[in-house]
Design a protein around this ligand. Structure first.
Ligand code: AMP
Length: 112
């Protein structure tokens, strides 16, 4: 079981900013920007590489939740970055799909 599953099950605390039947969003414990929120599906999808066509509506929903949170956090106009890391070379450390929403600073390119 991943740490994110424990957050979904409310076994460990998180600073939750959004929740519905499909998605959960909470602040990252090691923020990489002044605003760093993780948006995850409640379904235990490992990462985008393992998602199937059955997950299409979940994946679309997660993106729309990111945009909604960005609006509610007041960062939509200035801008933000969405990232999902996949497996070892992608830098994934928690094997439950998540989208990083990073904001409130200028993002660099290329990413590290
Ligand atoms: P990744 O490296 O893309 O798999 O991202 C995992 C993220 O989860 C990292 O940015 C961690 O800081 C974050 N993280 C790990 N444990 C927790 C936790 N208990 N609550 C909130 N964020 C966490």
């Amino acid at each position: 079981m991943t740490i994110f599953q424990k957050i979904i099950d409310k076994e460990i605390p998180a600073n939750i900013v959004y929740e519905d039947e499909v998605a959960l969003a909470f602040h990252d414990v090691h923020p990489q920007a002044p605003l760093h929120i993780l948006v995850i599906p409640k379904k235990p999808i490992v990462n985008i590489a393992t998602a199937s066509v059955e997950d299409k509506s979940i994946l679309g929903h997660l993106m729309l939740v990111c945009a909604e949170i960005a609006r509610s956090e007041g960062v939509a106009e200035d801008g933000y970055r969405l990232i999902t890391n996949v497996n070892s070379w992608g830098g994934q450390s928690v094997y439950h799909l998540h989208i990083h929403l990073l904001a409130k600073r200028q993002m660099g390119w290329p990413p590290g």
